[in-house]
Design a protein around this ligand. Structure first.
Ligand SMILES: *Cc1c(COP(=O)(O)O)cnc(C)c1O
Length: 462
């Protein structure tokens, strides 16, 4: 056995090693900078290993394998597709709403070249990026006018800044929500220079609570949909109608942040009722805001619908320039809203709605298929009935009957860790110390990916 010093001396010099590697096909066509980094990192890895006695010998092949491994990892895309086995349909950490094949085709087709993003093809003059979608959104939601910004947080902030800067906005204490860690109503208020006036108590707010605080400095009555939690028991809140009427009486603006943009009545399909955008507008709200990538099932954006004169004012607000959406968003959103013109179409074609409305029998069939695939490589699994959730801060009480596979006889945490890394990460849950994949959020074109990942695990190929 070589001594430590001898072994350290056999570590190659970076430049020399690179020269020899670059003669090989695998390295020849890789960016030189990346090869250089991988070689440096690899030599450092071996030096450290030798010094702390974890490496007592190595060959040229060991070194080359390590470099290949580092290089491949550094060259791969960091943003990648993952398999969602969590059973949470709108998973904010996993990218919320899904894009359908047809939507992806449309994006590719429309974005391949230049576009009429801000060009009016009728007058051959400069146009507005919002013009492509405004009438469509208005038609589908029943609004007078519409505007789209980067996300719902920006939508709320833009409205507050335009209509309530340096004035007072009244909101119920029960609605001071925090969504996904970074959206807090009080913080957004502060950013937009609106002054927050809280009324009522956490569980009960009455119309007279709002009325009592209205003064000459009040500009808006705001309702925030408590989309990610539910207060039950001894509760009272003020209806949209009451709030809208009160604001008309005092010449104020009424606005509702609905969070999730629901356009169809889910109760028709046996799922908990969520207030729809149209209902909120019909109740008399002047402005309604919602996310594009929650229950709407579209791209990340925030949609503002409501009174035309108010939307026109928003279009002139300086923040709109900072919050503006890109051509990908406009293109995708037009596609999504077009599907909503016919409810049957959108229910059939939108992957988010699909998953929510899918019959649990179909989910069970997928669990059976995956189970038989895993049986074939002698993996012990069990189909378990479970409850999928909608997520994305939507419908906190609604669960959907689903089925999943529990992987038996393998430590759940170990599998969970292995599955989250490498190519095609699979994100599942660990329950009762077993790795669990919920089939609600797995699609039939993902079986082979899961199967191959299990095979890799069994063959210790990591
Ligand atoms: C999700 C949500 C938001 C934030 O929307 P983003 O599109 O993520 O910015 C704001 N308000 C409510 C009530 C929400 O549910």
């Amino acid at each position: 056995m070589k001594t430590k010093q001898n072994l350290l001396r056999t570590l190659p010099k970076v430049d020399k090693l690179i020269d020899s590697l670059l003669e090989k096909d695998f390295f020849k066509n890789k960016p030189y900078k990346e090869v250089y980094t991988a070689v440096e990192e690899s030599i450092t890895f071996f030096r450290k290993g030798i010094l702390n006695d974890t490496i007592i010998n190595f060959s040229e092949t060991d070194m080359e394998n390590k470099i290949t491994q580092i290089l491949s990892k550094n060259l791969e895309y960091k943003f990648k597709r993952v398999i969602n086995g969590t059973g949470t349909i709108l998973h904010t950490n996993l990218g919320r709403a899904l894009f359908s094949e047809n939507l992806l085709d449309h994006l590719k087709h429309s974005l391949k070249g230049y576009s009429n993003l801000e060009f009016d093809l009728e007058t051959s003059k400069r146009g507005s990026r919002y013009s492509h979608i405004e009438n469509l959104i208005a038609k589908v939601t029943g609004a007078e006018a519409a505007l789209v910004v980067n996300n719902n947080a920006a939508a709320v902030m833009l409205c507050l800044n335009e209509f309530s800067k340096n004035t007072e906005v009244v909101i119920s204490r029960g609605e001071l929500v925090e969504v996904g860690g970074s959206f807090r109503i009080p913080d957004i208020m502060e950013l937009s220079n609106a002054k927050l006036i809280e009324v009522g108590t956490t569980n009960r707010t009455h119309l007279k609570d709002y009325e009592k605080v209205i003064n000459e400095n009040t500009s808006m009555l705001l309702k925030v949909h408590t989309s990610n939690y539910h207060i039950s028991g001894f509760t009272t809140s003020v209806s949209n109608e009451e709030l809208a009427n009160l604001s008309k009486e005092y010449n104020l603006i009424s606005m509702e942040d609905l969070g999730s943009g629901v356009l169809i009545d889910f109760s028709k399909y046996g799922i908990t009722k969520e207030p729809t955008i149209a209902e909120s507008l019909q109740s008399g709200m002047d402005l309604v805001t919602f996310s594009g990538d929650k229950l709407l099932g579209g791209p990340q954006c925030g949609v503002i619908v409501g009174k035309k004169e108010l939307i026109n004012r928003l279009k002139k607000n300086q923040f709109l320039r900072a919050f503006r959406v890109c051509k990908m968003t406009i293109c995708a959103l037009e596609f999504i809203f077009k599907e909503y013109i016919d409810e049957k179409e959108v229910v059939k074609n939108n992957p988010t709605l699909n998953r929510i409305l899918e019959d649990s029998k179909v989910t069970f069939e997928r669990a059976e298929i995956l189970k038989s695939l895993l049986d074939s490589i002698n993996l012990k699994t069990e189909i378990i009935e479970t409850k999928a959730i909608i997520g994305g801060g939507s419908m906190p009480n609604a669960t959907i009957k689903s089925f999943g596979l529990a992987i038996k006889d393998i430590d759940g945490t170990t599998l969970d860790k292995f599955f989250a890394t490498g190519d095609n990460p699979i994100i599942g849950r660990v329950q009762n110390n077993e790795f669990f994949i919920d089939l609600k959020t797995i699609h039939s074109d993902e079986y082979s990916i899961i199967f191959n990942k299990f095979k890799k695990y069994i063959n210790c190929d990591f």
